[in-house]
Design a protein around this ligand. Structure first.
Ligand SMILES: Cc1cc2nc3c(=O)[nH]c(=O)nc-3n(C[C@H](O)[C@H](O)[C@H](O)COP(=O)(O)OP(=O)(O)OC[C@H]3O[C@@H](n4cnc5c(N)ncnc54)[C@H](O)[C@@H]3O)c2cc1C
Length: 362
């Protein structure tokens, strides 16, 4: 049985920042990450980030991940287990882990005083005929294949979804030498930043708004996609179908918070459309209704790495403070972090997220 003050589940930007903040304020931390590498989504992100300077704007995601991972690895208060998946939170306060080591699976029990969950998000999918043909992927899988395993997913891609993720991955596909036949989105607007959309259009890729995918066809793998215009209820309009010869359909229609641990832990949950699905109710210090469980990052609501990092730091400081550990700079640092988070959610684009957080607050 491992005993630590704080268990951080997930080694993405939120979990890494939570571990750093908790450790520097005096807590002993166990950080578990199911992948081989620390960094979460950042490991796959070769593009430069937007946001503010404090959250490493203009740096590539992959480099931000490395910087945070180095800081975590060098901290004596933090023990790290990679290749280790948290399996469950039990009523007696024990959390079980499964670690892969030399092709074996080892079960480990941890009894932390507090838990910070930073498990990120899950991809949403779309129902359409033959959507299980080989060649049809979620956007995250395409990014993992290309940027982590250096494998081209195919030769000619239809991207479904013109949010930031769809646009960025389309650009990365072009950089990898894959043809992008087009990007479609059922909405009448492009959801992602226009700077990304313009770059894609300049490369000759059409972005068709008001279109959806109707069906996929192929013998043993994807060979053809049919798309169609939609009416105001997003229903396909008969007679507007177009066929496209593609061997990959990449579905990028949004993410939903990974919420399993909050349900298991008995946290009060709320469905908040603006945040992507079910999220735990929490106070401004990211403490849920179960007093020793905290939330940070995309598992608190779908946003960006910049806010995930700030939330991680808030949850880390708060969890440590609530255990009675004394950190002199607590008041000042916490105030600064709360202000940073507010600034990141400012402006027109942050409007729907602000509304979502009001709904999820205690
Ligand atoms: C293509 C793309 C482009 C993006 N561009 C930007 C951008 O320019 N700027 C920006 O700010 N944001 C950007 N984002 C968003 C950003 O990557 C995410 O918001 C951010 O990574 C969320 O951080 P997180 O720590 O909450 O989750 P993640 O980064 O998803 O990390 C969660 C971690 O938890 C681990 N985990 C999950 N379950 C378990 C378990 N049971 N046990 C152990 N470990 C577990 C996962 O393996 C993962 O490493 C982009 C995202 C994508 C996909």
């Amino acid at each position: 049985m491992i005993r630590r003050d704080i268990l951080v589940i997930g080694g993405g930007p939120s979990g890494l920042c939570a571990a750093i903040a908790a450790a520097k304020s005096g807590a002993t931390v166990l950080l578990v990450e199911r992948s081989k590498y620390l960094g979460g989504q950042l490991v796959k992100q070769t593009h430069m980030f937007f946001g503010s300077e404090k959250q490493y704007a203009s740096k590539r995601g992959i480099d931000i991940g490395k910087t945070l991972a180095e800081e975590v690895t060098s901290h004596e208060n933090i023990k790290i287990l990679t290749d280790t998946t948290a399996l469950g939170i039990y009523e007696d306060g024990v959390v079980t882990l499964e670690q892969r080591k030399n092709q074996e699976e080892i079960y480990i029990k941890v009894r932390p005083k507090s838990i910070i969950v930073g498990t990120g998000a899950l991809e949403k999918s779309l129902p359409f005929p033959n959507n299980d043909l080989p060649g049809i992927y979620g956007a995250g899988a395409v990014q993992t294949l290309m940027n982590e395993y250096l494998v081209k997913p195919g030769n000619r891609v239809l991207m479904v979804g013109a949010g930031n993720i769809g646009l960025i991955i389309s650009y990365q596909l072009l950089q990898a030498g894959v043809e992008v036949a087009g990007i479609i989105d059922a909405s009448s607007n492009i959801g992602g930043y226009l700077v990304h959309a313009s770059k894609i259009r300049r490369s000759g890729v059409p972005i068709l708004t008001g279109y959806t995918i109707v069906k996929a066809e192929g013998e043993n793998h994807l060979e053809k996609a049919t798309i169609a215009k939609v009416d105001q209820n997003w229903k396909p309009i008969p007679g507007t179908e177009k066929e496209m010869d593609v061997d990959v359909i990449c579905i990028s229609v949004g993410l939903t918070p990974s919420s399993a641990f909050f349900w298991q832990g008995g946290c009060d949950m709320e469905y908040v459309r603006e945040l992507g699905g079910y999220v735990p109710k929490r106070n401004k210090y990211l403490q849920t209704t179960v007093e020793n469980i905290y939330v940070a990052g995309d598992s608190a609501g779908i946003e960006e790495a910049s806010s995930a990092m700030v939330e991680g730091s808030i949850a880390g400081l708060a969890a440590s403070h609530d255990l009675g550990l004394v950190y002199e700079a607590y008041d000042q640092e916490m105030e600064e972090l709360l202000q940073e988070l507010q600034a990141l959610r400012g402006g027109e684009k942050g409007g729907h997220v602000r509304k979502g957080y009001e709904k999820a607050g205690l």
